[in-house]
Ligand binder design. Structure first.
Ligand code: C5P
Length: 232
């Protein structure tokens, strides 16, 4: 079967408090988005790639990926799920519903090649698909919702996992699931949640916990360290 890559990169990265969206901050002199895309495309797995961009994006033309003939772009939407759906719709003319699509955050540049191949090898025979994830390591507290937050209880973490990307599903099923959830106003925070709302049972594939999403300024130094370590 064929594989497509969708990269939502239309966010504005408010939590970074920087001039430009976080996908255009630099890791070792390269845009985060370029680091992310080159790591995925270097796998040779994909037949094509669709990147969802913000309508007010001014930085994309300066990326290395903009000159890469394997990479196409479309306009993203208000929320991450809208951006992913826009990318899937933009691929509709080229891709078949039975093809696989891997959705990966622009802001996760430290994805290890072994995790990518392990995800694909684990799911390629599966009817639904799934995602990279890792068991929760911290002790989790539930609050009563007051201020200051007070501990209500300690949550049993033995069955709790952190959801990462890539998330890998059949293109047609994911497009329908996202469209239906967005229409119904359901809280879709990743592709898996849209599939779950639609009655599917995605599989968790354990990945490395250094597949971080760059969210706050301190994550930049951490990502540079993790990338240097992986190369070493
Ligand atoms: O903001 P957050 O870290 O959850 O964003 C995850 C990914 O989704 C980022 O790569 C961001 O650019 C993307 N995104 C998007 N469209 C939005 C919001 C976020 O493509 N409207």
């Amino acid at each position: 079967s064929r594989f497509w890559l969708v990269v939502p990169a239309a966010g504005i990265g408010q939590r970074m408090r920087s001039e430009c969206p976080k996908q255009y901050l630099k890791l070792h002199q390269r845009f985060i988005l370029d680091v992310t895309l080159s790591r995925l495309l270097d796998s040779g797995l994909f037949d094509g790639c669709m990147v969802a961009l913000n309508p007010r994006d001014r930085w994309w033309p300066d990326s290395v990926a903009a000159g890469d003939e394997r990479v196409q772009t479309c306009t993203g939407g208000a929320e991450r799920a809208d951006s992913v759906l826009a990318a899937l719709q933009a691929l509709a003319g080229q891709a078949a519903d039975e093809d696989w699509v891997l959705v990966h955050d622009a802001a996760r540049p430290c994805l290890h090649p072994h995790d990518l191949s392990n995800l694909v090898d684990s799911l390629v025979e599966h009817p639904v698909g799934g995602l990279l994830a890792a068991p929760v390591a911290d002790t989790l507290k539930q609050t009563g919702g007051g201020q200051p937050p007070e501990v209500d209880s300690t949550v049993d973490r033995s069955r709790l996992w952190r959801a990462f990307t890539p998330q890998m599903f059949r293109l047609g099923a994911l497009r329908c699931a996202l469209a239906s959830c967005l229409e119904r106003g359901l809280p879709v925070t990743d592709e898996s949640s849209a599939m779950e709302f639609s009655g599917y049972t995605p599989v968790l594939v354990e990945g490395r916990s250094d597949n971080i999403k760059i969210t706050v300024p301190a994550d930049l130094a951490l990502a540079e360290f993790l990338l240097a370590q992986q190369d070493g």
